[in-house]
Write a protein that binds this ligand. Structure first.
Ligand SMILES: [Zn+2]
Length: 275
């Protein structure tokens, strides 16, 4: 599943190809992709608008047009690709929609699992915050303090492993980095969030920022299917210290790494370092 570093990487790779291009034609092959809009309305609004900017908000990819904003979420296997019209980079059955641009190239959305979503909202509702009002602050928000995070955790008794994945509390952490952040901070994944001290929350925040920024700088993690662009692979899998290492020795103490499920998600940890 694409996580925050992968989303940031996709945005960086698409940006130079799309900025200031005008959408000439929109075509859709999988109607459920547009879960909140009528297809005809979406088409009418999006055609002949110029793409001004691309950025991410948490794990959402935002395409800013002249009058509206497109909000994309890749979920499990979604991928955007900029390519020549006569070249399909992935299977045709994965193709859900395409935007034909004024330079003759095309922006395509492929999704083998069909869980991804796309919607169009007015700029006003996006920038006044109502479109993504359910999202908590980004873990990489420079204004986020350890004290604020600690105070949020004080009200929550659920395991910290699950809480870090809840995007309405804090956005931008997915399962791989959740495992890595808890290992780096030496927190047991089952610890109730309200039992973590301010000092430890402060370490957790520092580690989270460092891990995510390192991953962004090397282009994300390639596990299963994610590749940010044809021929470009993420490099963070070489840095993973605990995720995917079940029964292998802990790099710090040689204890075998354990794997459990927490709220249905694969959770890797060192039973000795993360007591
Ligand atoms: Zn260990």
């Amino acid at each position: 599943m694409p996580e925050l570093p992968e989303v940031v990487t996709v945005v960086k790779l698409l940006e130079p190809d799309l900025i200031n291009k005008t959408i000439k034609k929109f075509e859709i092959y999988y109607a459920k992709l547009l879960w909140r809009n009528e297809i005809e309305d979406f088409k009418k609004r999006v055609e002949n608008q110029k793409i001004l900017k691309i950025f991410n908000q948490g794990k959402y990819i935002i395409f800013e047009l002249e009058n509206d904003v497109l909000i994309s979420h890749l979920r499990m296997e979604g991928r955007w690709n900029f390519e020549p019209q006569n070249t399909l980079s992935y299977k045709e059955s994965w193709l859900e929609c395409q935007f034909i641009l004024d330079d003759g190239f095309v922006l395509r959305y492929y999704d083998s699992r069909k869980f991804g979503t796309l919607e169009i909202v007015s700029k006003e509702s996006f920038f006044n915050g109502s479109a993504l009002a359910h999202l908590g602050p980004s873990i990489l928000d420079p204004n986020l303090t350890a004290k604020q995070l600690f105070e949020k955790f004080q009200k929550i008794k659920r395991p910290i492993k699950s809480v870090l994945l809840e995007q309405n509390i804090i956005s931008g952490i997915g399962n791989i980095y959740d495992n890595e952040i808890l290992f780096a901070t030496k927190i047991n994944p089952l610890t109730p969030a309200n039992e973590i001290t301010l000092k430890t929350v402060s370490k957790l925040l520092t580690n989270a920022i460092e891990i995510l920024k390192t991953s962004i700088s090397v282009g994300g993690t390639t596990i299963h299917s994610f590749t940010p662009k044809q021929g470009v692979s993420g490099g963070y899998q070489d840095f993973l210290k605990v995720h995917g290492r079940e029964k292998k020795e802990c790099y710090l103490c040689q204890t075998p790494i354990a794997k459990i499920k927490v709220n249905g998600r694969g959770t890797y940890y060192c039973p000795k370092c993360q007591k």
